[in-house]
Design a protein. Structure first.
Length: 146
Protein backbone atom coordinates (compact mmCIF):
# COMPACT_ATOMS: atom_id res chain seq x y z
CA UNK A 1 0.00 0.00 0.00
CA UNK A 2 2.92 2.37 0.65
CA UNK A 3 1.27 4.79 3.07
CA UNK A 4 4.16 4.96 5.58
CA UNK A 5 5.47 8.19 4.00
CA UNK A 6 2.35 9.87 5.47
CA UNK A 7 3.07 8.73 9.03
CA UNK A 8 3.49 12.32 10.23
CA UNK A 9 -0.23 12.93 9.65
CA UNK A 10 -2.85 12.05 12.23
CA UNK A 11 -5.66 11.97 9.70
CA UNK A 12 -7.01 13.30 6.42
CA UNK A 13 -10.43 13.66 4.86
CA UNK A 14 -11.30 11.81 1.66
CA UNK A 15 -13.73 12.71 -1.09
CA UNK A 16 -16.88 10.65 -0.91
CA UNK A 17 -20.29 11.03 -2.51
CA UNK A 18 -22.69 12.72 -0.03
CA UNK A 19 -20.71 11.50 2.98
CA UNK A 20 -17.24 12.11 4.44
CA UNK A 21 -14.39 9.63 4.22
CA UNK A 22 -11.69 9.68 6.87
CA UNK A 23 -8.26 8.09 6.82
CA UNK A 24 -6.54 8.07 10.21
CA UNK A 25 -3.01 6.96 11.05
CA UNK A 26 -1.14 5.83 14.11
CA UNK A 27 2.09 4.15 15.10
CA UNK A 28 -0.09 1.74 17.08
CA UNK A 29 -3.64 0.49 16.77
CA UNK A 30 -4.55 2.46 19.91
CA UNK A 31 -3.18 5.67 18.40
CA UNK A 32 -5.00 5.07 15.09
CA UNK A 33 -8.31 4.62 16.96
CA UNK A 34 -7.63 7.83 18.93
CA UNK A 35 -6.74 9.79 15.78
CA UNK A 36 -9.90 8.50 14.10
CA UNK A 37 -11.90 10.02 16.94
CA UNK A 38 -10.00 13.31 16.66
CA UNK A 39 -10.81 13.45 12.94
CA UNK A 40 -14.46 12.62 13.61
CA UNK A 41 -14.96 15.37 16.18
CA UNK A 42 -13.00 17.93 14.17
CA UNK A 43 -15.71 17.47 11.54
CA UNK A 44 -18.28 18.45 14.16
CA UNK A 45 -16.41 21.37 15.79
CA UNK A 46 -12.93 22.79 16.31
CA UNK A 47 -11.79 20.49 19.12
CA UNK A 48 -8.72 22.60 19.87
CA UNK A 49 -11.16 24.97 21.63
CA UNK A 50 -12.90 22.19 23.60
CA UNK A 51 -11.96 21.77 27.26
CA UNK A 52 -12.13 18.49 29.12
CA UNK A 53 -14.85 19.17 31.68
CA UNK A 54 -16.76 15.89 31.37
CA UNK A 55 -15.20 12.43 31.18
CA UNK A 56 -16.71 9.13 30.08
CA UNK A 57 -15.43 5.57 30.37
CA UNK A 58 -15.83 3.22 27.45
CA UNK A 59 -15.63 -0.57 27.50
CA UNK A 60 -16.39 -2.36 24.23
CA UNK A 61 -16.07 -5.94 23.04
CA UNK A 62 -15.89 -6.67 19.32
CA UNK A 63 -16.12 -9.90 17.37
CA UNK A 64 -13.43 -8.73 14.93
CA UNK A 65 -11.30 -5.61 14.59
CA UNK A 66 -13.62 -3.83 12.16
CA UNK A 67 -16.59 -4.50 14.47
CA UNK A 68 -14.61 -3.16 17.42
CA UNK A 69 -13.80 0.01 15.48
CA UNK A 70 -17.42 0.43 14.40
CA UNK A 71 -18.57 0.10 18.02
CA UNK A 72 -15.89 2.62 19.11
CA UNK A 73 -17.09 5.32 16.73
CA UNK A 74 -20.73 4.45 17.41
CA UNK A 75 -20.13 4.81 21.18
CA UNK A 76 -18.57 8.24 20.66
CA UNK A 77 -21.53 9.39 18.58
CA UNK A 78 -23.95 8.08 21.22
CA UNK A 79 -22.15 10.11 23.91
CA UNK A 80 -22.18 13.14 21.63
CA UNK A 81 -25.90 12.82 20.86
CA UNK A 82 -27.07 11.78 24.33
CA UNK A 83 -25.17 14.39 26.34
CA UNK A 84 -24.65 17.14 23.71
CA UNK A 85 -20.91 16.82 24.33
CA UNK A 86 -18.09 17.61 21.93
CA UNK A 87 -15.29 15.20 22.72
CA UNK A 88 -11.70 16.33 22.34
CA UNK A 89 -9.50 13.89 24.28
CA UNK A 90 -9.30 10.17 23.70
CA UNK A 91 -7.35 7.46 25.49
CA UNK A 92 -7.72 3.90 24.19
CA UNK A 93 -6.31 0.53 25.22
CA UNK A 94 -7.10 -2.43 22.97
CA UNK A 95 -6.53 -6.02 24.09
CA UNK A 96 -6.02 -7.95 20.86
CA UNK A 97 -6.47 -11.33 22.60
CA UNK A 98 -10.03 -10.54 23.65
CA UNK A 99 -10.83 -7.73 21.19
CA UNK A 100 -11.77 -5.56 24.15
CA UNK A 101 -11.38 -1.79 24.01
CA UNK A 102 -11.28 0.14 27.24
CA UNK A 103 -10.68 3.82 27.48
CA UNK A 104 -11.66 7.26 28.58
CA UNK A 105 -12.85 10.20 26.54
CA UNK A 106 -13.42 13.79 27.55
CA UNK A 107 -14.90 17.01 26.35
CA UNK A 108 -17.50 19.59 27.20
CA UNK A 109 -21.11 20.44 26.53
CA UNK A 110 -21.57 22.07 23.14
CA UNK A 111 -22.37 25.76 23.42
CA UNK A 112 -23.38 27.38 20.14
CA UNK A 113 -22.32 30.80 21.48
CA UNK A 114 -18.69 29.75 22.00
CA UNK A 115 -18.14 26.61 19.91
CA UNK A 116 -17.91 26.44 16.15
CA UNK A 117 -20.58 24.25 14.57
CA UNK A 118 -19.34 22.49 11.45
CA UNK A 119 -21.31 19.44 10.28
CA UNK A 120 -23.76 17.00 11.85
CA UNK A 121 -22.45 13.44 11.79
CA UNK A 122 -25.34 10.99 11.82
CA UNK A 123 -23.58 7.62 11.85
CA UNK A 124 -20.60 5.58 10.76
CA UNK A 125 -20.96 3.42 7.65
CA UNK A 126 -20.07 -0.18 8.49
CA UNK A 127 -19.27 -1.61 5.08
CA UNK A 128 -16.41 0.77 4.23
CA UNK A 129 -14.18 0.24 7.28
CA UNK A 130 -10.64 -0.74 6.36
CA UNK A 131 -7.84 -1.34 8.88
CA UNK A 132 -4.34 -1.96 7.51
CA UNK A 133 -0.98 -2.30 9.24
CA UNK A 134 2.19 -1.85 7.21
CA UNK A 135 5.78 -1.19 8.25
CA UNK A 136 4.95 -0.10 11.80
CA UNK A 137 2.06 2.16 10.83
CA UNK A 138 -1.67 1.54 11.18
CA UNK A 139 -4.15 3.14 8.79
CA UNK A 140 -7.92 3.16 9.31
CA UNK A 141 -10.34 4.27 6.61
CA UNK A 142 -14.01 4.80 7.31
CA UNK A 143 -16.98 6.79 6.11
CA UNK A 144 -19.47 8.79 8.16
CA UNK A 145 -22.96 9.75 7.11
CA UNK A 146 -23.54 13.50 7.41
Amino acid sequence: MGFNKLSHKKYEYLEHTADVGIRAYGKTLNEAFENSAIALFNLISNIEKINVIKKFSIDILGFDLENLFYKWIESLLIIHDSYNVILSRFNVNIDMNTLNLSGTVGGETFNRDTHEKRVVVKAITYHEIKIVEEEGLVMIEFVVDI
